[in-house]
Design a protein around this ligand. Structure first.
Ligand code: ZN
Length: 93
């Protein structure tokens, strides 16, 4: 099941539709995120993401990221309080 539908309708903590700017992730971005996730797992690390734009605007931290694979497809979502970065595709070689 996809992290988010193609239209990237996401919901905030209150269950209301999140009206955040959408930034598409390229296939290269998706492959890089997947490799990064594998790297972290291999070396026993876990990532902690912070959005510098939220930080600048003094918004509370609330960044979440998810990267997953389905067959040869990579799907990634990074959501914070000011935007959503999302992509699906990539292809693993
Ligand atoms: Zn942000």
């Amino acid at each position: 099941m996809p992290i988010a539908p193609d239209s990237v309708t996401l919901y905030d903590a209150n269950g209301a539709p999140a009206n955040l700017p959408h930034e598409p992730l390229s296939d290269d971005d998706l492959r890089l995120l997947l490799e990064y996730k594998k790297f972290l797992a291999r070396h026993g690390y876990r990532e902690a993401l912070y959005c510098t734009r939220c930080w600048t605007k003094n918004l509370e931290d609330g960044t979440r990221a998810e990267v997953k694979t389905e067959g040869l497809t990579v799907e990634a979502l990074i959501q914070c309080r000011c935007r959503v970065a999302y992509g699906r595709g990539g292809g693993i070689h």
